[in-house]
Write a new protein. Structure first.
Length: 71
């Protein structure tokens, strides 16, 4: 049974991860666009750089689900 505190904690984990990923994506996305503009052969590196911050949001979601369903 999930308490209200558990739901608040899970929502804060998810929101924190999403905000952190968005802040990182803003900076890295701008750098990736500039890199592609200079050399279009580096498109693959730019995609990898922009995908890495999304793992922060995924970790936040996984932790939130653990708090909701396991704890």
């Amino acid at each position: 049974m999930v308490t209200e505190i558990g739901l608040i904690a899970a929502s804060l984990m998810f929101i924190g991860g999403a905000i952190g990923a968005g802040m990182a994506e803003k900076t890295i996305g701008a750098a990736a666009i500039g890199m592609i503009a200079e050399d279009s052969k580096k498109f693959g590196q730019a995609i990898v750089m922009t995908v890495i911050p999304e793992s922060i949001a995924i970790f936040g979601m996984v932790l939130a689900l653990i708090v909701i369903f396991v704890v």
